[in-house]
Design a protein around this ligand. Structure first.
Ligand SMILES: Cc1ncc(COP(=O)(O)O)c(C=O)c1O
Length: 373
């Protein structure tokens, strides 16, 4: 299997730890184990009781129960397996579900694994387009026109990375129906489901094991616990067994330390989500205000998650835009080229609001020096 370079990783490796204002990553600020335990009302000693053994491949029942509780009644622990990061979940699902059929329908722009893993497996890639003009929301007619009897899977991502837009319920249902008619799976990547910018959490899930709609989920970016390297899949029970058979050749089980910490974090979800939402809602407003006051910038307002994807009109490539911003302002955002979309940059708005406001001032001042067409 030959796979393309993960475009964003070189940028992240070079600048995330060296820039004073790091707005290039896609999660809430990382917290310590001590902070996680404190938010969950647990003592540090509780860690010393963890047995370092191999669990059930699906994850402990307590972890799967607490994950299931964040879905509807139609989903129980038997529909869930944890994975080592959502990346492993995606890798397994593409391998299993594209075995017999050849085409995969994917969004563009997208988190690269959603597109390049199936492409590397030899699937025929059919792309639907998310743009500023359609509000980064799929046109269901466009997606449905790509689905046929050869389609193995349709990939959805909501809230969308990089734009933070939430998929319309009716569009998703139209796509799911058409996929079902042709016997194709729908994979709904719901990585940022716990962080809606309006209304209550969690956001709607499209997971429906009885209708071949599989979802992937995570708390790592939303809760600031990326180092737990855990994620999960919601799928029909029969498929969960096949996923576990495949996973036994990969990471096999989640570390018991991550399993324990993820379970207590989810039991105390409110202590992670509510402070995050306060920061995100305040920063989203500051971002919108900065964009409004900066000639040459525009933004489709994010609706969920931690990242947004502003557009710029300057006569400059997205890589040059980013490199100069790093050099001149010590501020790191990801260039649109990481998503193969020029005239854009991805910005993380989950940072401490004081730091974020200073970084926004720097971006505003920097943009004012750039040449408009
Ligand atoms: C939409 C989306 N899916 C999947 C992943 C992979 O997640 P993980 O870090 O859990 O492997 C990410 C990571 O940013 C993501 O944004």
């Amino acid at each position: 299997m030959k796979i393309r370079r993960f475009l964003m990783e070189d940028w992240l490796a070079s600048y995330k730890d060296t820039c004073r204002y790091n707005l290039g990553e896609s999660g809430m600020p990382d917290i310590t184990v001590g902070e996680l335990l404190a938010r969950c009302g647990k003592s540090p000693e509780s860690l010393s009781e963890i047995v370092l053994k191999d669990h059930d491949t699906r994850g402990t029942e307590s972890l799967r129960n607490v994950i299931a509780a964040t879905y509807g009644k139609h989903i129980g622990a038997e529909h869930i397996t944890v994975t080592t990061g959502t990346s492993e979940a995606l890798f397994i699902l593409f391998n299993l579900l594209l075995e017999k059929r050849k085409s995969v329908i994917v969004p563009e722009p997208a988190f690269q694994a959603l597109v390049d893993v199936p492409a590397a497996l030899g699937a025929e890639k059919r792309t639907y387009h998310l743009t500023d003009s359609n509000g980064f929301n799929p046109d269901p007619d466009e997606v449905c026109s790509l689905i046929d009897d050869n389609t193995g899977m349709v990939v959805l991502n909501t809230p969308h990375n990089p734009s933070g837009r939430i998929l319309f319920h009716d569009s998703a249902q139209a796509i799911i129906q058409k996929a079902a008619f042709h016997g194709a799976y729908v994979l709904s990547d719901e990585h940022y489901r716990y962080l809606p910018l309006n209304g209550s959490w969690p956001l709607e899930t499209f997971a429906a094991p009885s209708e071949n709609v599989i979802a992937t989920g995570s708390i790592t970016k939303c809760f600031g616990v990326i180092g737990l390297r855990m994620g999960w899949i919601v799928a029909p029970e029969k498929l969960i067994r096949e996923i576990c058979d495949f996973r036994d050749y990969l990471t096999h089980t989640l570390s018991p330390v991550s399993d324990y910490l993820a379970a207590i974090a989810l039991e105390n979800a409110r202590s992670f989500i509510e402070p995050a939402l306060k920061v995100l809602r305040q920063n989203a407003k500051s971002l919108v205000d900065m964009v409004k006051s900066t000639p040459g910038l525009s933004l489709v307002r994010p609706e969920g998650g931690i990242v947004a994807f502003p557009r710029f009109e300057y006569k400059i490539s997205s890589a040059e835009f980013t490199l100069r911003l790093i050099k001149e302002c010590d501020t790191f955002v990801l260039p649109g080229s990481s998503f193969e979309t020029e005239q854009h940059f991805r910005i993380n708005f989950g940072q401490n609001p004081e730091l974020f406001d200073t970084a926004l001032d720097r971006i505003h001042t920097y943009c004012s020096t750039l040449e408009l067409p």
